[in-house]
Ligand binder design. Structure first.
Ligand code: NAP
Length: 516
């Protein structure tokens, strides 16, 4: 049992003061809309001519323009981080921890404003946005706790020599987060790097650069020295390979799609001229997560959990359920239940700002991709609910349930990353496990059952990084459900843990013969 750590509680927006504060934060966001945001390299703010335009997915409104980094400025950022590493890496852990503690306080003080920006820029509802902020706080607090332990070094056997094995930082890191958790994943990558004494160059997603900027601004206020955290928004296709392949880059911390993750892995493995180390890559990637429902399951509970896993944040979580694998004898009854849940959600779809259970998908590309999959689903199975989409005012797609999908169908295999659920019929629990394991991914999974034997079997045979029983497959909480995937879902990082921090540390073994 882990003692001395508490998860941060989410805000209760039914409390009038919280609701009022949130509405005020939206007013502030409205005042800030349309601004230009710079890169931040070594504390210097740099505006470029080329801009990334941030668009609100709920309304298509322009939220602001963010300077876009080119390769020359990316080089400057990495050189700056390299220089800052010379002093930051030798700064005592307790001083680094002090900066993170101040960051925790600043995040809490600016909580409503950050939530409001996240809602506008990523299309989350209030609870999802604040849940994400709590996850970021949990990452910070857990990394503070782990760093204190790691700073003691490894315990070794006693000898007449003085032997120590100490953790030391490794160098300049590159952080490449996705847009769907624009705050917590980016913040977790940045803080895990710098608390361990590394310096970081952070390239946010081009869909959510303003939330990222707001976070980096708080890092500056928290007192991290110039050059320790550098902010270089820019297109992945323009500067992505460059920052990964730069000879001074020591590690890459990536979360995003399988395609980009594999590319980064490959590029990082090639040794650039002047590079004298093997780069480390943490790559957390996509999923095609299944939830099994067996004949003993409470179907109402299963449908509610699956609807939440498949449709909350419009299915745009890596942990989202996109396949319900259901035993034949309860298949029809389950479909009825899941349709009832989807119906309720559809009636409550709208902008994140209106705090409805379902909002828009992130952008036009995602809208086109997901609606394309819906058309494929129409041919591969029967759409029993949803199937409509509309991008006239924002990027809205109905929660969509497709039945009679075979295990080899396109929508049973490929990551859709949208609110589309394939319901697959199986004849036995063994077949259910085979289907659940039958994709190249291995991120999350869940089983609804009241059968102990099935639970035991699935614990061994369901091959995913995060396995749940009788609950949804989303909503992993820091240090309750350490998160990271198997197979093509990633390098199994298990964020929030002490092991995670060791990705960014070397162990130096030092021995002195005291008899000399
Ligand atoms: P993405 O398209 O792979 O982009 C992720 C990040 O990579 C973005 O910052 C992107 O920049 C950047 N990038 C693009 N090309 C690059 C290159 N050649 N080199 C370096 N960086 C490059 O993914 P996304 O659409 O943002 O996120 C959705 C995906 O993330 C889904 O597959 C989801 O399952 C996965 N995800 C996984 C986890 C997990 O923990 N396993 C968590 C969340 C999301 P631009 O924005 O400028 O293109």
């Amino acid at each position: 049992m882990l003692k001395g750590f508490k998860n941060s509680p989410e805000l209760d927006f039914s409390i009038p003061e919280n609701k009022e504060a949130m509405l005020k934060a939206f007013e502030q966001v409205d005042k800030e809309k349309g601004q230009d945001y710079p890169l931040i390299i070594g504390g210097e703010r740099i505006m470029t001519d080329k801009k990334i335009v941030s668009i609100a997915p709920s309304t298509k409104e322009v939220l602001g323009q963010v300077s876009s980094c080119d390769q020359e400025l990316a080089d400057k950022a990495i050189q700056t981080a390299h220089k800052a590493f010379q002093t930051w890496s030798r700064t005592p852990a307790e001083e680094r921890i002090c900066c993170v503690r101040r960051l925790v306080d600043l995040m809490k003080k600016n909580r409503f404003l950050i939530d409001a920006w996240s809602i506008e820029e990523s299309g989350k509802n209030w609870g999802e946005a604040d849940g994400e902020l709590c996850e970021a706080l949990d990452f910070f607090n857990s990394y503070i706790m782990h760093m204190r332990e790691l700073d003691k070094g490894l315990e070794l056997v006693d000898t007449e020599e003085e032997c120590k094995c100490i953790y030391i930082p490794i160098g300049v890191g590159v952080a490449v987060p996705p847009w769907n958790f624009p705050l917590s994943l980016l913040a977790g990558m940045v803080v895990s790097a710098v608390i361990t004494g590394n310096t970081i160059v952070c390239k946010p997603s081009s869909d959510t650069p303003i939330v990222a900027y707001k976070f980096v601004e708080l890092c500056e206020k928290a007192g991290f020295p110039d050059g320790v955290i550098n902010f270089i928004p820019g297109s992945g296709s323009v500067i992505g390979d460059y920052i990964v392949q730069h000879p001074l880059t020591h590690f890459v911390n990536f979360t995003g799609s399988k395609e980009v993750g594999l590319r980064i892995s490959q590029k990082a493995a090639e040794v650039s001229e002047g590079q004298i180390w093997i780069k480390r890559v943490v790559a957390e990637m996509g999923g095609k997560n299944a939830i099994i429902v067996d004949s003993s399951a409470d179907l109402k509970r299963a449908a509610a959990g699956i609807a939440n896993s498949a449709f909350s944040f419009q299915g745009q979580k890596c942990s989202a359920c996109s396949r319900a694998v259901v035993l034949s004898d309860v298949y029809d009854a389950f479909v009825e239940e899941i349709v009832a849940c989807a119906k309720e959600l559809k009636e409550n779809q709208g902008s994140g700002r209106d705090d409805l259970p379902m909002g828009p998908v992130i952008n036009q590309n995602a809208f086109d991709r997901i609606s394309g999959y819906i058309e494929t689903a129409r041919k591969e199975g029967t759409i029993v609910f949803g199937g409509n989409y509309n991008d006239s005012k924002g990027f809205y797609i109905e929660p969509t349930v497709v039945r009679d999908i075979t295990k080899d169908a396109v929508i049973a295999k490929e990551e859709i990353f949208g609110p589309v659920l394939a319901v697959i019929r199986v004849d036995s629990f063994d077949e259910a496990l085979e289907v659940a394991n039958g994709t190249e991914y291995g991120l999350t999974g869940s089983v609804y059952t009241e059968d102990r034997e099935h639970i035991q079997k699935a614990k061994v045979e369901f091959h995913v990084g995060n396995l749940y029983f009788n609950r949804k497959s989303t909503g992993a909480v820091v240090l309750q459900h350490p998160f990271g995937g198997f197979n093509m879902s990633g390098t199994d990082a298990k964020t929030g843990t002490r092991d995670y921090l060791t990705n960014f540390l070397n162990l130096k073994s030092v021995c002195e013969d005291l008899t000399y």
